[in-house]
Design a protein around this ligand. Structure first.
Ligand code: G6P
Length: 489
């Protein structure tokens, strides 16, 4: 809080992310339907009273006319959101191309595209140019709305260039950047043609944050090995200028999930699900349909389990919620076909006239239905091949106070570092190990389940998203004060 004119003023936070937490659908020339999505970041900042959060991001729609842009800007202002308008071609090159076809896979240890090298190189260059252009457009909007004393918090791999653009506008701006994905080993990052430019752009921030200590360490190694800079326990130093680098593991608003279980709508769903699956154990997967989530590996392991354990075939069901995502990117289209093919084969192989072993849904669920599903689940399967943190694992734990179900969790998800002692950790590439973990989880004693659950529940309810946001912003404020003191001495 700052004291001004004898009144307490909340510090203004400009949260800059590729996507606004509101999706817009046009209803008429100047009317819009806005739907707020309460994702991790939104709920984190809702619970923090010290800041007044304002959002800057892409509205997710193509609006080229002036009336549309003006009316959408006005409608979003009521939700404290400020849109950045990106045209379709830029979205194609920046979002589908550089962000989701290059950076996203690479940061999850999937190598750069290898077919047709010449075409790839050409499109790579134009996509990187679009990436920088889009980042500059975000910076223009931030600069237009910035007021002295604001904290600017940039999010994720879409906006690695933003800290540099912002500091070029105003070197006094307090700028933090947080990465929601893994930061890969420096040996992976160094394959990226624009490796140095990206690192230098991020280093313009005052504070750089990651989910885990390992990701922070990889980033510092990339800066020392690729840029030849000095890594210190505090961060990275370049000619006397220190960029602070640290780990800030995200959490969830656990109370929101715990409270939801008391809502009549959720209780109704729970009862319905219990009746529907009476006599069968429920296994659950909830993922965006993304190659990093290891969905084929999970389903193949389930098939192996059924193959090896005929007695279980009519006693267990796998519910896989696969939320469609980035559907314009060819790799995601291929994955959808692949998953459908495997699910169809397994249901054909082990299904009966009255039941199938896998219920696969290509859509998201609303909040009450999702909470109910978490609550009735016996075993949750999070099998990401790599994942920054994975908050599905946290949400599941928050909803399991009475059932105390088992969490099977990939050791390659950031969450393995916080929920590792309570979960069964697996290597998702090892289908045999995954299949036997399913057997172990389904037959685990109540005593062991209870102990494991207590460990995870305590973590999830203590290290919340609110705590995460407060820690990051106060660290950013402190970092800037310390840097000012250092330059004065
Ligand atoms: C990941 C990223 C987020 C992104 C989300 C959904 O969690 O870290 O930045 O918003 O996926 O992806 P989308 O491409 O639909 O925004």
């Amino acid at each position: 809080f700052d004291r001004q004119d004898g009144r307490l003023q909340r510090q203004r936070l400009l949260v800059v992310a590729n996507r606004l937490p509101v999706s817009a659908v046009r209803k008429g020339e100047d009317s819009w339907n806005l739907e707020v999505s309460v994702g991790g970041l939104v709920s984190a900042l809702l619970g923090v009273n010290e800041f007044e959060a304002n959002w800057i991001g892409w509205a997710g729609v193509n609006v080229t006319d002036e009336i549309g842009q003006r009316s959408l800007t006005e409608a979003l202002a009521e939700k404290r959101c400020i849109p950045v308008f990106l045209d379709q071609e830029l979205v194609h090159q920046y979002y589908n191309g550089y962000c989701n076809n290059i950076l996203w896979p690479l940061f999850h240890y999937l190598p750069l595209p290898q077919e047709d090298r010449l075409a790839t190189t050409r499109s790579f260059q134009s996509q990187f140019a679009a990436y920088k252009e889009a980042n500059q457009m975000f910076a223009d909007v931030v600069n237009e709305h910035y007021q002295a004393g604001d904290v600017v918090w940039c999010h994720d791999y879409h906006l690695m260039f933003l800290p540099k653009c912002l500091k070029e506008y105003n070197s006094e701006m307090k700028v933090g950047w947080f990465l929601h994905t893994p930061f890969p080993s420096s040996e992976i990052h160094r394959t990226l043609p624009s490796r140095s430019e990206l690192l230098r752009a991020v280093l313009a921030a005052d504070l750089v944050g990651f989910h885990t200590y390992d990701y922070a360490r990889h980033f510092v190694s990339a800066c020392t090995r690729i840029l030849g800079l000095e890594g210190t326990p505090e961060g990275v130093e370049d000619q006397g200028k220190l960029t602070r680098v640290a780990a800030f593991p995200i959490g969830i608003d656990s109370d929101r999930f715990i409270r939801a279980l008391e809502l009549p709508a959720v209780k109704y769903h729970i009862k319905e699900l219990q009746e529907r699956f009476a006599g069968r154990k429920v296994m659950l997967g909830v993922d965006r349909l993304d190659m990093i989530k290891g969905i084929p590996q999970k389903i193949l392991a389930f098939e192996k389990f059924l193959e090896e354990n005929p007695d279980w075939r009519d006693k267990v069901v796998l519910l896989q919620i696969a939320v469609p995502t980035r559907t314009d990117v060819p790799e995601y289209q291929k994955l959808t076909c692949q998953v459908h093919e495997i699910v169809g084969r397994i249901n054909g192989r082990f299904g009966t006239l009255t039941a199938v072993p896998i219920h696969h849904l290509d859509r998201s669920l609303d909040f009450p239905a999702l909470c109910a599903l978490y609550a009735v689940t016996d075993v949750a399967l999070v099998t990401s091949l790599r994942d920054g943190m994975n908050l599905v694992s946290y949400e599941f734990v928050a909803c399991q106070a009475s059932k105390k179900g088992v969490l099977i969790l990939s050791e390659f998800a950031g969450a393995a570092q916080s929920l590792g002692a309570g979960a069964i950790l697996v290597n998702p590439w090892n289908i045999t190990e995954l299949a036997s973990s399913i057997g172990y989880a389904l037959t685990m004693s109540a005593n062991e389940r209870e102990k494991r659950h207590q460990h995870n529940f305590l973590h999830v309810t203590t290290h919340t998203s609110q705590e995460w946001a407060e820690t990051f912003v106060s660290e950013l404020n402190d970092t800037v004060v310390e840097a000012q003191l250092r330059t004065r001495h």
